[in-house]
Design a protein around this ligand. Structure first.
Ligand code: NDP
Ligand code: GDR
Length: 325
């Protein structure tokens, strides 16, 4: 019998890559998507990967317990991947309550649905390196203490611990993936890597002259979303659920990403970057660097795509988009 997966957040970056991965493995994929007045745009990422017609989209919202209970009951998934979130850190400072409801309490809604109607389902929670915030160790692993620095990170920390709690309290097969930043050509335009690659492409094509950014010194451990969704799937294939850091083990600054992206098209970043205080955050996460030893040893997972390869892939994809404007 084929396996069935339910993905929340299927219209986002990771949702698209994970759907493609699972379809390739022969899964039936059901995706929870919010009703929208612009539904014609909702599937653009799934369309870019050529899988939009292969997934079954169902209306729902993870804040709405009744819709989640109904979906988990009706579709009886073997695996549930909770990728839905208000995921933009900057926006969480201006919409802290919404972020808490979606990114935090939404996780409990799903776990309640699993516990009540389908306790055999395996559950994945999309936790985040942002939970380390003001880092308590130079390299962060599953045992490093957390110190969240934004309403988003506080909500994710709640989501992480409620997942651990349901595993320990009710014996659910619930795993939490503590994923460090991962990017791709499907990344939302507001996140810094895509903002840079899109900006570089538009500058190269003469569509804009400058690129306005915030903190160029911030350092992140950046990987590729295609690599990272594989780690999610591997977590749910284990006999024993757990928590796993997923990271490359290499950090680079926002300025480094600019250098790679501008360099690829033969431009000097110093001619185009303008720093703008509106992109600074009330509390910043200065640096993150992950230790994915457990993921390597237990899951057999290692990243395949380098930062340079990823940024070049993103610039090339954005050049194509800019050329069609
Ligand atoms: P995106 O922002 O691209 O996607 C978020 C998804 O959540 C979208 O499909 C969005 O739907 C959906 N969503 C938002 N609110 C709700 C709601 N109330 N009910 C149902 N769906 C909702 O995020 P990514 O794909 O980048 O990330 C996936 C998950 O992983 C997120 O939880 C994120 O916080 C987490 N994460 C991401 C990392 C990264 O570097 N990308 C690193 C660590 C964790 P819509 O299209 O309608 O807006
Ligand atoms: P992050 O990603 O906050 O790490 O969260 P983002 O790309 O937004 O910021 C990364 C770093 O770049 C700095 N920065 C800017 N950021 C944005 N967005 N725009 C700018 O102009 C800019 N200039 C500098 C930021 O200050 C920050 O330090 C992402 C999200 O996907 C989360 O959902 C996920 O949990 C974490 O990654 C891991």
């Amino acid at each position: 019998m084929g396996r069935r997966a339910l993905i929340t957040g299927i219209t986002g970056q990771d949702g698209a890559y994970l759907a493609a991965l699972l379809l390739g493995q022969g899964y039936e994929v059901v995706g929870l998507a919010r009703r929208s007045s612009s539904a014609e745009f909702a599937c653009h990422r799934l369309e870019r990967l050529g899988v939009a017609s292969d997934v079954k989209l169902v209306d729902g919202d993870i804040v709405d317990l009744s819709s989640v209970v109904r979906l988990v009951g009706e579709h009886g998934p073997d695996e549930i991947y909770n990728l839905a979130a208000q995921s933009f850190v900057h926006a969480s400072f201006t919409q802290p309550i919404l972020t808490g409801q979606v990114t935090g309490i939404g996780v409990t809604n799903l776990l309640e649905a699993v516990r009540i109607v389908n306790p055999k389902a395996r559950f994945y929670q999309a936790s985040s390196s942002e939970m380390y915030g003001r880092v308590q160790a130079p390299i962060q692993s599953e045992t490093t203490p957390f110190y969240p620095r934004s309403p988003y990170a506080v909500a994710k920390l709640y989501g992480h611990w409620i997942t651990v709690n349901y595993r320990e309290s009710f014996g659910l097969h619930a795993s939490s993936g503590i994923l460090f930043n991962h990017e791709s050509p499907l990344r939302g335009l507001e996140f810094v890597t895509r903002k840079i690659t899109n900006g570089v492409a538009r500058i190269k094509k003469g569509l804009q002259r400058e690129l306005r950014l915030g903190n160029l010194a911030a350092r992140r451990d950046w990987g590729h979303a295609r690599d990272y969704v594989r780690a999610m799937w591997l977590m749910l294939q284990q006999d024993v659920p757990g928590d796993f850091v997923v990271a490359t083990g290499r950090a680079a600054s926002v300025a480094d990403v600019c250098r790679i992206a501008f360099g690829h098209v033969g431009l000097d970043m110093n001619d185009h970057i303008v720093t703008d205080a509106q992109y600074l955050r009330p509390a910043e996460v200065d640096t993150l660097l992950g230790d994915a030893t457990k993921a390597r040893d237990v899951l057999g997972w290692t990243p395949q795509i380098t930062l340079e390869e990823m940024i070049v892939e993103m610039v090339e994809a954005d050049l194509k988009i800019a050329a069609s404007v």
